[in-house]
Design a protein around this ligand. Sequence first.
Ligand code: MF3
Ligand code: CO
Ligand code: CO
Length: 259
Amino acid sequence: MEKIIIKTPEQIEGIRKSSKLAGQTLEYITQFVKEGVSTEFLDQKIEAYMRENGAIPATLGYSGYPKSSCISLNEVVCHGIPSENIILKNGDILNIDVTTILDGYFGDTSKMYTIGEVSPIALELIEVTKHCLDLGIQQVKPGNQFGNIGFAIGKYIKSRGFSVVYEFCGHGVGIKFHEEPQIDHSSRRNTGPYMKPGMTFTIEPMINEGRPGTVVDKVDKWTARTVDNKLSAQFEHTILITETGYEVLTDVTGEYLVC
Ligand code: MF3
Ligand code: CO
Ligand code: CO
């Protein structure tokens, strides 16, 4: 098993800067997320913003992925490829996922956006998914085990009648795009590696309205959809384990206090 990297203070500063830019990219793009706009247009705006700020989009060319972001609409769970042919329409919900490389350091974050009038079930799914991310973040402190993130999320989701996607996970991030450990969003209590100060990783729960299973598009080999074509939502942050708790490195809104 590969080892979990403990980052040096210098590396942490680099990851902090890159993560901040990734968070700012999600804020910047908000003004363009409107009915009638193509996801290709949003992707181009994202790429230009990252480059203007000295960064490179990490997804571009990653394992052959062709775009600067992932934009996943409605029943798409993750890895939606931006396209001229995908036009945002009233009632859509979408996740935009961006990863920056700034001075060689990676920051990874995603959030949900809504177009016009959205169904009550879609709004509930988005709210529940955001709460899953927050429950996961609350588990982050030195000495805890990574499995308790997925335990907290899984337990809560059972009570809400939605399902946790198990085929895609969070991951260590910072020096590389995907590092050890793998962060499951549904797991057993007190399992997995122990958390230590200086580790950086993502929590990125994908929650489905219906069944948890996903199917990857046979043609583009990336787009993952729900097996029952019901809705899916996702939120993601890059997190640093501190001596006493966590710092949400991709939060630029001041929502999470360093603890
Ligand atoms: N940003 C995604 C994640 O959260 C990974 C996208 S990889 C891509 O891990 F190749 F699909 F872009
Ligand atoms: Co990620
Ligand atoms: Co991501």
